[in-house]
Ligand binder design. Structure first.
Ligand SMILES: *Cc1c(COP(=O)(O)O)cnc(C)c1O
Length: 385
């Protein structure tokens, strides 16, 4: 497997060619699909190939992991069976009694896991408003706080974390900063450049981009002791991706840049249009100038503000649910980051304890013609009133 020195290339080139690796034996440009779970031991009882068993390590991961590490500017990456498997592996590498801090606005299922399983297991979990640096500073317990977890832009209100400021606070207290960068994607944001130690992705979303596989990933700034612990968690708990899913994920990542760029342009146009729609009470999108995190997002994101936005529908919860009922082109479904645009009433999903208002619809802008997306939402909003 060889590739030209990717350091001199633009990220979009690296992604389109998946690092330019070729198979030396066949000269294949697309990797062979290799599905073996086990590897031949040498006659003298050694494993010189470095491979033993596919729960610990799988050659199908090599290229997608190397590609993601290159795109994020990290030292190494690890694929997991889902975004949740990736995120929970970070916390499971800690010990009971350790303190962790997570944001009020974040992916709901991980918040529920932290407040349920992780607390029962013995982690001290503190939820803070990550946009308020004074609150974060007060929550830090130097020496005890091991991880500051954040997400930016954060589901589904799109709160922006000031990554450089939060990294400084975390590091001053001896903690690691881990960032769920699923909605930002490496196209728009590289958290390691702003001081993050770990970057997490639900690769189910933009990295794969076609709503046809569940996968997760972590990227590390350094191959340190904690990274080795996380690797052990993956091998022992076994949240590993299948070979075919890894192969599909690499195929999806080749088109990451054009997909994200198109979806981001659609989201910006949608946000500006919906802000003027009389049936919309509020548009939440970091690309709008009056959005509270806009200035920070402009500083730490390049090429746009993401392809996720939310609207608060005039007329409240029932009007929001009815709007979703009337879409024809948008698809009423959970998830995000696919080529197709998705709309979802989030309060129905997140339930009690969620900061999400009942009149909110979350929108994942896809890569369709934006005029169709705008016309469909306009008619659905009107029909719901
Ligand atoms: C979907 C998602 C996750 C969870 O990922 P899965 O692949 O569904 O396990 C975590 N964080 C964010 C921001 C997500 O959108």
């Amino acid at each position: 497997m060889t590739g030209k020195n990717e350091k001199s290339q633009h990220p979009a080139t690296i992604a389109a060619q998946a690092l330019g690796w070729i198979d030396e034996e066949t000269r294949a440009i697309s990797p062979n699909l290799q599905s073996s779970t086990t590897y031949l031991r040498d006659p003298d009882n050694q494993y010189r190939s470095g491979r033993k068993y596919a729960r610990a390590d799988n050659p199908a991961f090599d290229q997608p992991e190397a590609l993601l590490a290159a795109l994020e500017g990290g030292a190494d990456a690890m694929l997991f069976s889902s975004g949740m498997a990736a995120a929970t592996a970070v916390f499971l590498s800690l010990a009971p009694g350790d303190h962790v801090i997570a944001p009020k606005v974040m992916y709901w299922s991980l918040r529920n896991w932290l407040l349920g399983f992780a607390q029962n297991w013995g982690l001290a979990v503190e939820i803070v408003d990550m946009t308020d640096l004074a609150v974060l500073k007060r929550a830090m317990r130097p020496g005890k706080t091991k991880i500051v977890w954040t997400e930016t832009p954060a589901n589904p209100l799109w709160d922006i974390t000031d990554l450089a400021a939060v990294a400084e606070i975390a590091h001053a207290g001896g903690a690691v900063l881990a960032v769920d960068s699923t909605t930002a994607t490496p196209v728009l944001s590289r958290p390691i450049e702003f001081g993050a130690d770990l970057v997490m992705h639900s690769a189910t979303k933009y990295l794969n981009g076609h709503s046809d596989l569940i996968a997760g990933a972590l990227v590390t700034r350094m191959e340190d002791e904690q990274w080795a612990k996380i690797k052990t968690v993956r091998a022992q708990i076994g949240g590993v991706l299948g070979s075919f899913e890894a192969w599909l994920l690499l195929r999806g990542m080749r088109t990451l840049f054009p997909r994200v760029r198109t979806a981001v342009a659609n989201a910006q146009a949608l946000a500006e249009h919906l802000a003027a729609n009389p049936n919309v009470a509020q548009v939440l999108y970091p690309g709008l100038r009056d959005f509270p995190g806009h200035e920070i997002a402009a500083r730490q994101m390049t090429g746009g503000f993401g392809a996720m936005l939310s609207i608060r529908v005039k007329g409240g919860e029932q009007a929001a649910i009815k709007t979703a009922a009337h879409v024809q082109i948008w698809k009423r479904a959970t998830s995000l980051g696919g080529t197709e645009s998705l709309v979802e009433h989030r309060a129905s999903v997140e339930g009690a304890g969620s900061p999400v208002p009942a009149d909110l619809l979350r929108l994942s802008a896809g890569i369709e013609d934006v005029n169709d997306l705008i016309a469909d939402l306009d008619q659905a909003l009107l029909a719901a009133m």
